[in-house]
Design a protein. Sequence first.
Length: 424
Amino acid sequence: MTQINPREVASEQLKKICDKLGIEDEVYEMLRQHERIVIVKVPYHTPDGKLHVTVGYRAQHNSALGPYKGGVRYHRNVTLDEVKALSMRMTRKNSLAGLPYGGGKGGVVVPKEVIEGARKKHDPARIKTMEEISRNYFRAISPFVGVDLDIPAPDVYTNPQVMARFLDEYQRYTGQKVFGVVTAKPIELGGGRFRGASTGRSTAVAAREAANALLGGIEGKTVSIQGFGNAGQYAAKFLAEFGAKIVAVSDSKGGVYDPNGLDVEKLIQVKKETGSVVNYPGGKKISSDEPLFLDVDILVPAALEGVITKDNADKVKAKIISEAANGPITPEADEILVKKGTFVIPDILANSGGVIGSYLERVQNRIMYRYGAEREKKEIEKKIVENVKKILDRKDEFGGDGRMAAYAIAVERVVNAMKLRGRI
Ligand code: NAD
């Protein structure tokens, strides 16, 4: 099977937008290339005392708008090309959000048994290995990150606990007592108080704004959600608060559907107590994928990437899709959806509450003052409302394609900043 190279896909996407905006080839080349790639050796010991060496990356794509910003993922299959592609996406996401940030992303190749032992089985020996990997990775990249240089955050299989280790290692290495060098830290170490809810909040607010503009309001509109973790649960909670009716949700074990509406608080409780929404009392049992194809007004994919493809896009009935997950719709499926008139709020907008929350955390760390959750929530809301309006205003320039409108706004800002700096 031919492997799709994520860096090539990201470059092709960028080329498509540049061509559409009439951006010259040499400017495209300046936009495409990374400013710096850091590759580091990460030694660690397994519980039997044996020494191993793995590899870690930090890709710094573009800093025209400000310091690099983006998560660090741990996975056995992390590749440099994947990290490069994700950092290009972060440049776009941060630009669209109007943040004073460029794009960066990191990754460490971590064996499955270490991740599973530490995260799922809470095995103390594996937790120790994971901690050693975190400290050794961050110490190695410490000369290249900083509160005004590059600010990492969690991504796949990293969390606030890992951020706490990064912070501590950075402080030991540099001797500086700065807190804003990483974000999404535990609240006790300066983490944003609304950070946990911020991604789901942006997905819900974006869907509400699009429904107000395109469907005459959010009240009573039906919603289905695939994935009921951090992003899916908060999206459900806030959409229900706005008056929408959550009719279907699923997780990796299956799902539940009730056309009369599901009780979100009950769903969260059942998921917490039993591990899956399939144990919700009432409704009809459905498969993990079924929420994608139900006859609803709004669909929130909040699980995996690439779930809507050219082979199933025709079956999607929702009028609006708010992408909580990163990349749930393939480029070919996108074209089918645009032709059908489905309005897609792209991931770089619909889940940008996470990075906006991270930005607010760093601002507070820098001034050594806590705004509190309410102010963080309000600021995220304001940015999402403005940005949904911007893409709705420009979608017709791109044949109704919300994703292209979002990319265009993001790329134009980066190009403008590069011109002002005299880089192009
Ligand atoms: P999570 O691990 O908390 O939850 C993932 C959920 O998806 C779980 O309920 C899991 O059971 C479910 N799932 C897994 N496979 C599934 C399948 N085949 N069908 C249906 N459900 C399935 O993760 P999360 O933090 O909620 O992230 C979800 C998505 O949102 C990811 O794509 C992530 O990259 C993206 N995202 C999250 C954040 C954040 O701050 N949490 C920020 C930006 C983007």
